[in-house]
Ligand binder design. Sequence first.
Ligand code: BGC
Length: 416
Amino acid sequence: MKLIRHLMVAIALCVAGSSAQAGEVEVLHWWTSGGEAKAAAALKQMMEDQGHTWKDFAVAGGGGEAAMTVLKTRAVSGNPPAAAQIKGLDIQEWAKLGFLTSLDDVADKANWDSMLPPVVSKVMKYEGHYVAVPINVHRVNWLWVNPAVFKKAGAEVPTTLDEFFAAADKLKAAGVVPLAHGGQAWQDATLFEAVALAVLGPKDYTAAFVEHDMDVLSGPKMVEALTKFHRMRDYIDPNSVGRDWNVATKMVINGDAAMQIMGDWAKGEFTAADKVAGKDYLCVPAPGTQGTFTFNIDSLAMFKLNDEENEKAQKDLARTILEPEFQTLFNTAKGSIPVRTDMDMSNFDACAQKSMEAFKSTADTGGLVPSFAHGLATTSAVQGQIFDVITNFFNQKDADPKATAKSLASAVQSAL
Ligand code: BGC
C-alpha cells in the first residue's frame, strides 16, 4: 500500500515536472536600466513560477529603436520571438503583415474589454481582435527635480516655461547643470514633445502630431515651441552627447543636475536607488503642461508560433500581465501606473498616485494626449521623420525655427 502511494506521488511529481518544462516564452524588450531590469525580472519570475522557461531577448537602447531593428531581422527570417515590446500604431502594422496571433480567448475569459480603458484597448486590437497585451501606462510629461539642489541655489520649482528659464538661470549661476539630458534623437524628441505641449496646448498638439494638420505643424505656435525648445540647450552640459537617459537621471539623483524632463521610467531609477518621492526627489508636470497627460503604453504583441507548449506559455504570459499581482509588482519597479484603472493604488508612491488621478481626470477634460516620441501618436514612419528634423534642429547652434517648422510639416507630409 505504502509502495503504491510512493509510486503515485512519484508519478504525480513526474507529470508536474514535465509540465514544469511546459513551454518557453522568448520576450524581446529593451528594459535594461536598473529600474527596468527589476520590472522585467518580476515577469520572468512569475512565468517561471508557472513552470515555463523565460528566454530573455533584451536589446539595450532607450526608446527601443535598436530593439525594433533586431526584431525586424528576426521576423523576416521566419523566427520571431513569442512576444515583443511593440507599441501603438506599430501593433497594427505587424498585425496587418500577418505576424500576430489572436489573444481573444484569454481576453474574453478575463474580460479585458471591461477592465481596460478604451483609449488602451483600441491600440491593442487589430480588426476587433486582441493581438497585444498592455502592461502599463507611462506618463511622459514629467519634470524630475532634486529639491536639495534647488534649495541651495535659491530657485523655485517651475510650473511654467518662463519659470523654468528663470529657475535654470539661477541654477546655472550657482554652478549646477540645470537640465540633465542625453543627446539621442528620442530624448531630444521627448523634451520637444513636452515643450510643444506646453506651447500648443492639447488641442493643437493633437492637430499637429496625431492629425498632422500642416497649418499647425508649420504655424506660429510651432515656431514658438521650437524657439523655446532650442533655448533649453543653454541649460544642458556639454557632455550630453550620446548620453543614455538613465545616466542623465543619475545626475539628478546624485545632485549633479537639478532637473530632467523624462517619462516616469525615470522614477524606476529613483526607486532602484532607494530614493523617496516627495522627499529626495519631486515629480511635477513638465513646465506649462498642468492638466494634461502625455501617455505612453508599454505592450507585448504576441507572434504566431507553431509549438503547442510554447503557445500555452504565451497565453499564460498574456493572462499574467493583466493580473493585479503582476500589475503592482511590475509597475512599482518600472515607475509606471497599472493599465487597469480598478487597481488599489495604496502600495504605490505619491507620484504614481498623482499619475493615476491625472490619467483618469484628463480622459474627461481632453488633456489626455498620446506621445509621439514613444510611438503612440503616429506611425513609425512619421515618427522617424519628426525625430530627424527635431534632432538636427536641436544640434545646430544657429538653427532657424521658422524654416524648421516648415521642414517639420513637409517631413511629416512625406511619410503619410
Ligand atoms: C518605453 C519604456 C522604456 C523607455 C526607456 C519607452 O519608449 O515605453 O518602457 O522604459 O522607453 O527605454
